[in-house]
Design a protein around this ligand. Structure first.
Ligand code: 6PG
Length: 269
């Protein structure tokens, strides 16, 4: 059975407010990691939702770009599509356009999954990158300071899609995953590595995610159907950053109003 987890969901009334909350979480995680360990290692997701967060982090009109310790940050990806780095579908390309081309993060600290390669080669090379940069020995696995996740309306996260082989892999750090429903290959961190993150957070927006959020966090445990249910951080804590639309089918704390920011909590047994 999965480990018990306290899910804390921070609900903001607007998409802009959620993006600010996510940018603040990213910044705080990086600052805290550097203060305690001298370096920050963060793994980010792709897709559409985080783009505004990355733009905020790079925007000189906001405080984040001067607060993030870019010179001590190592940036990784949770997953990548098997396309070239300048392809419209590339998570790296989205992040480069939104943030990397505008912030002082050194190229050697940007650890890109090489989507242009054979998926298995890309996964093996990325596992080596992680082992080398985390200085792992033997069967050690990495502890990211923050893992920032999204969730698809099918309940997938990272590139852990329903009924795919990756859901059963508890031994590798990075794997190639064939996603039949998309007729494509992906490269992804495995769920045990995600769960080892010091802080794990989902960033989810939009009414289209309300039902799957309800199913994942309040429905029966069926991770083959809803792979996001595999995300049960070893820390015992899981953060959701949501807008009101996405949170509309989760319990609203007494006295809270969707028109104002609120924080809810639920226990996963
Ligand atoms: C990807 C992401 C993926 C994403 C979800 C949600 O490569 O697409 O890593 O896991 O987080 O698909 O995507 P949206 O934010 O676009 O809804």
């Amino acid at each position: 059975m999965p480990r018990p987890v306290t899910v804390t969901y921070s609900v903001s009334p607007s998409s802009a407010a959620v993006a600010r909350a996510a940018a603040q979480l990213f910044t705080d995680a990086a600052v805290n990691a550097v203060q305690h360990r001298g370096t920050a290692r963060i793994a980010i997701s792709g897709g559409n939702t985080p783009e505004t967060v990355f733009e905020l982090l790079a925007n000189p009109a906001h405080p984040f770009v001067t607060q993030v310790p870019w010179d001590k940050l190592d940036l990784y990806w949770v997953d990548e599509r098997c396309v070239p780095p300048d392809h419209a579908e590339s998570n790296y390309w989205m992040t480069r356009e939104a943030m990397l081309s505008k912030v002082p993060l050194a190229a050697e600290r940007i650890h890109r999954m090489e989507g242009e390669l054979d998926p298995h080669v890309a996964a093996a090379r990325y596992e080596s990158t992680i082992r080398n940069t985390f200085k792992l020995e033997g069967a050690e696995t990495p502890t990211f300071d923050l893992v920032l996740l999204g969730m698809g309306d099918d309940g997938h996260t990272a590139s852990l899609f329903p009924h795919t082989e990756a859901l059963d892999n508890i031994t590798d750090i990075v794997i190639a995953n064939h996603v039949l429903q998309k007729e494509t290959w992906r490269v992804t961190l495995t769920f045990p590595v995600i769960n080892q993150g010091r802080q794990v957070a989902f960033l989810i927006e939009g009414a289209g995610k309300a039902q799957v959020l309800h199913d994942v966090f309040t429905g029966p445990y069926q991770p083959e159907v809803f792979p996001s249910q595999l995300i049960r951080p070893a820390s015992g804590q899981l953060t959701l950053l949501l807008d009101a639309a996405a949170a509309s089918k989760l319990p609203v704390p007494s006295g809270a109003s969707p028109a104002e920011p609120y924080i809810g909590s639920l226990e996963l047994a």
